[in-house]
Design a protein around this ligand. Structure first.
Ligand code: COA
Length: 244
């Protein structure tokens, strides 16, 4: 069991870090992996009510790796903490599967109450270096948080958030891009031309607006149909004229 998850962790790092050259290198030179091993032991101790010992093991992990993970945090499979140093994961934080954190990330609390006060990161989230996610907010599946962003609200599934306070930068483009992992959270390689990116964004917005307009027209037609029945709804004429 322990070896299976270690093998999985190593394979996922090899997949997500273009700098990784061999499994041995990952095993010995990746503090994020070491921090995870310390976390698993400390979390096990914590769950079996050896709270102080759990904290102590976590503290040793912190000294050796620069990554502070509270033993009470809940972490899924294949978390990758690249570079490690300066990462802080609070007691009530919840992290799903296949999440990537770069150095300097804080999953922190903003209140002193003892309940849920740290963020929840759903599967596949990528958090850029130095980003801070503060409070019990949910970062939706596959979302990406830009380097140095400060997130103070829930983040919808699949969006990119940047800045302070963090705001949506752009939505994901295609289904296959949603599923693929992009090192450092970047997608620019798929649309390297800025003019093409702008055109793509405008196209998406026009499609959304068209869809919305059609929905509204449909509702209006229904409403007028009920009011004027049995005469034909006027909106059909308008729409036909518009398309002509
Ligand atoms: C947020 C991020 C994932 C976006 O990548 P992307 O999808 O390729 O998006 P782009 O680079 O095209 O940027 C989209 C917009 O967000 C802005 N932006 C990107 N990253 C930003 C950041 N960290 N802070 C503020 N704005 C940022 C860009 O300027 C651009 O704005 P514009 O549309 O007004 O020109 C990426 O920039 C990022 O920060 N990744 C983390 C990388 C990291 O931590 N690396 C550490 C390795 S050691």
């Amino acid at each position: 069991m322990v070896f299976k998850s270690l093998r999985e962790d190593i394979a996922s790092i090899a997949q997500r870090d273009p700098a990784a050259r061999s499994n041995i290198e990952i095993l010995f030179c990746y503090p994020g992996l070491h921090a995870l091993l310390f976390y698993r032991l400390s979390h096990w101790l914590w769950a079996y009510e050896f709270k102080l010992l759990g904290r102590f093991v976590s503290q040793i992990g912190r000294i050796l790796t620069g990554v502070e993970i509270h033993p009470g945090a809940t972490i899924g499979k294949r978390l990758f903490i690249d570079h490690g140093m300066g990462v802080v994961i609070g007691e009530t934080a919840v992290i799903g599967d296949d999440v990537t954190l770069y150095h300097g990330v804080t999953l922190g609390g903003t209140s002193l109450h003892k309940g849920k006060r740290h963020p929840t990161l759903e599967d596949g989230v990528i958090v850029g270096s130095g980003a801070q996610i503060l409070g019990p907010h949910v970062v939706g599946e596959g979302a990406r948080i830009g380097a140095n962003a400060v997130v103070l609200s829930d983040v919808p599934k699949g969006v990119t958030m940047v800045g302070i306070p963090a705001r949506v930068a752009m939505r994901r483009l295609k289904k296959d891009e949603e599923q693929a992992f992009h090192a450092y959270g970047l997608t620019s390689e798929h649309l390297p031309d800025p003019v093409a990116r702008t055109a793509e964004t405008l196209h998406r917005q026009v499609m959304q607006l068209t869809q919305r307009l059609e929905e509204l027209e449909h509702r209006l037609a229904e409403a007028e149909g009920v009011k004027d029945s049995p005469s034909p709804p006027a909106v059909h004429e308008t729409r036909a004229a518009g398309h002509g």
